[in-house]
Ligand binder design. Structure first.
Ligand SMILES: Nc1ncnc2c1ncn2[C@@H]1O[C@H](COP(=O)(O)OP(=O)(O)O)[C@@H](O)[C@H]1O
Ligand SMILES: [Mg+2]
Ligand SMILES: [Zn+2]
Length: 333
């Protein structure tokens, strides 16, 4: 098959389940673009590898492929795989917070550098739990359980580190703050505030800075990944691919996600989503409808065009549903 994806646009790939959307976008397109960029698809998870077909994508890219310099796949998988990564470390704001603590007179007197305030470095962290804040208890015949560390009581740090205060709070107190609380606490520090503001912007003001990256919901993880992307200097040369990004999201969170994706497109980037949510599809620039059916009855491009053009297509099973969402809607109460 031949298919064209417009660059610098927000494109939705639609079609019934099993019609071949993921094969087209998450397999073929990603494979070909990754190969073109000389990337290895190392992000492929082990379980995904088992499911994935062993067949190699055969195909060719044409057009202005050189306008794409980066390829990013954004999914709802947790960010970071260990509890050693949390909101503060992932967004990078913890680096600046640690510098603030190291610059206090008390820390300088004791020669504590910024590394001292990392729970991943031996000198400042609790020796019992090695900075994890919790210890695993092995149970015979049963899965082991986690309990708060008896030495540091979950603070992750040793007493000497905890004795250092910045404006009356220890480094552990800071990790225990929500994003909203931290915004007030770090109101004078532009660098910290920039990361915090971005998190608040995407509706995550209620999360704690120390919340482990493994404990975020899929939707939270996805928005955090996108917000770190939005903080990068935008050169408009990145291709973002998302396979069913609105799955499991409340309509309000879908709106927030769309704000983020639209910002990426406004900066000149290309966003391609595989999508079933017609409210999302209706506001895309371009729609590629795959199908018409599933399995052997799918796999062809039924229609491609603006959302309005797709609704005119008699062969498209997506058309009537999309037409519903394109109608001028009543504003919510
Ligand atoms: N690795 C595979 N081997 C054989 N068939 C597959 C494989 N992956 C997907 N399929 C089949 O190909 C069709 C398209 O799948 P997929 O691209 O995942 O659909 P969609 O994302 O549109 O729901 C489906 O009928 C699916 O069962
Ligand atoms: Mg799919
Ligand atoms: Zn401990």
């Amino acid at each position: 098959m031949n298919v064209s994806f417009p660059l610098g646009c927000f494109t939705a790939v639609t079609g019934v389940s099993g019609s071949g959307k993921s094969s087209l976008v998450s397999q073929s397109l990603l494979d070909l673009v990754a190969e073109h960029l000389g990337m290895r698809r190392e992000e492929v998870e082990e379980d995904a590898l088992e499911e994935a077909s062993t067949e190699k994508t055969i195909g060719r890219l044409r057009g202005d492929v050189d306008a794409i310099h980066r390829l990013i796949e954004v999914d709802q998988k947790p960010i970071g795989r260990t509890p050693r990564s949390n909101l503060a470390t992932y967004t990078g704001l913890f680096d600046q917070v640690r510098k603030l603590f190291a610059a206090t007179p008390e820390a300088r007197r004791r020669h504590f550098d910024a590394g001292r305030f990392s729970f991943n470095v031996a000198k400042g962290r609790c020796p019992t739990c090695e900075g994890e804040g919790q210890v695993s208890i092995e149970l015979l015949f049963m899965p082991s359980v986690y309990a708060p560390c008896p030495t540091c009581h979950g603070t992750r740090y040793n007493e000497k580190t905890l004795a250092i205060n910045w404006n009356g709070k220890s480094i552990a107190d800071v990790l225990n703050m929500t994003v909203d609380e931290a915004c007030l606490f770090f109101a004078q520090d532009a660098l910290v505030l920039r990361s915090l503001d971005t998190l608040r912007d995407i509706g995550l003001g209620y999360l704690k800075l120390g919340q482990s990256a493994t404990e975020l919901s899929g939707g939270e993880a996805q928005r955090i990944k996108l917000s770190t992307e939005l903080q990068r200097t935008q050169r408009g040369t990145t291709l973002y691919v998302l396979d069913e990004p609105t799955t499991g999201l409340h309509p309000r969170d879908v709106d927030r996600l769309l704000v983020q994706l639209n910002r990426l497109v406004d900066a000149g980037n290309t966003v391609i989503v595989v999508e079933h949510d017609m409210r999302t599809v209706a506001q895309c620039d371009w729609v590629i409808d795959v199908g018409p059916g599933a399995g052997n009855h799918g796999g062809t491009i039924v229609a491609a065009g603006t959302p309005a053009e797709i609704t005119e297509n008699k062969a498209s099973r997506t058309a009537p549903f999309l037409a519903n969402s394109l109608k001028p809607s009543r504003s919510p109460p």
